[in-house]
Design a protein around this ligand. Structure first.
Ligand code: NAD
Length: 267
């Protein structure tokens, strides 16, 4: 099996990366950053997002696992003390795969016909540094509302515990093929009206955001923000592709939610 390691770059993560690389090659696994079967992220959720985007072009061939060197992460859920156990598991055991849905975002330009396509593991956010964002929101080809406000967040189920949660969105189990739209400070008065609640869309219910006031938009895909002008539409839907996690032990989603947000003891 071929493996690669993506490290956060701090001393602790670099040390753990060196240990894992050494032991796994001693076990006759091949270190290969170009075509890895398994990508190990060492750091936090931000490092895991980096690892995902570095290998987003080969999701069908690559599985991911995360070791955290800071506080418990959602994606980085192995602790440094478990690294030796994890090395043995990776070297000896054919691992199970657990798949989670992703968000597909297609940004189309008004003129020139160009389009950019992205996959997000957590979410896409659309904001502007230039007043309010104003766009028509279409769902499944039908006008749903005209949104005015700070912006919108469209998240995956596994990203529902990230930015989406801070916006009052619901937590969705990643076994559901869905995306969630949450508002950022929508303007609601006698003139402007939005639904005001998070919307959860199933697979094949495409959401299209069409700017009606020309702005430059700050579009973030997970941890990476780009400035876009000349935007005709932003299309969001559940992606055909999925992320594959290498699973060596049970750590159910709801336990991770509980340990991250409610309590980290067993009481
Ligand atoms: P960062 O360093 O600002 O960390 C953001 C925090 O989000 C970290 O504590 C990380 O552990 C946590 N996080 C990331 N993915 C998560 C998930 N799926 N579930 C629960 N917690 C999660 O930024 P970063 O590490 O580069 O991560 C980028 C992410 O930060 C974005 O994808 C977005 O979800 C999140 N973010 C959150 C807010 C907010 O909550 N107000 C604002 C901006 C970005």
């Amino acid at each position: 099996m071929k493996f690669a390691i993506v490290s956060k770059g701090d001393n602790r993560s670099e040390q753990i990366m060196a240990t894992m690389k050494q032991y796994l090659t001693d076990f006759q696994l091949e270190y290969n950053e170009v075509e890895p079967d398994l990508v190990i992220s060492v750091g936090g959720d931000g490092t895991f997002l980096e690892a995902f985007h570095s290998y987003v072009h080969r999701l069908n061939e690559t599985a991911f696992i995360g070791v955290h060197t800071g506080h418990l992460g959602f994606y980085a859920d192995w602790v440094p003390d478990e690294v030796e156990k994890l090395i043995i598991e990776i070297a000896k055991t054919p691992f199970q795969i657990v798949e989670y849905p992703l968000l597909e975002v297609t940004i189309r330009a008004k003129s020139g016909g160009s389009e950019d396509r992205f996959l997000a593991l957590n979410e896409a956010t659309i904001k502007t540094a230039d007043g309010s964002v104003v766009f028509d929101v279409e769902i499944k080809g039908e006008h749903f509302e005209t949104f005015r406000g700070d912006g919108l967040c469209v998240s995956t189920p596994s990203g529902s515990t990230a930015y989406n949660k801070a916006l009052g969105g619901g937590i969705i189990h990643p076994s559901l093929d869905a995306i969630q739209l949450t508002e950022m400070a929508s303007i609601n008065n006698r003139v402007f009206r939005t639904i005001g609640s998070p919307l959860i869309l199933p697979k094949h219910h495409t959401c299209l955001l069409k700017p009606i006031v020309d702005r430059s938009f700050l579009i973030a895909i997970d941890h990476f923000t780009t400035n876009y002008t000349n935007v005709k539409s932003i299309q969001c839907r559940v992606a055909e592709e999925r992320i594959r996690f290498a699973r060596f032990r049970q750590f159910p989603f709801w336990n991770r939610v509980r340990e991250s947000f409610v309590s980290d003891d067993n009481n």
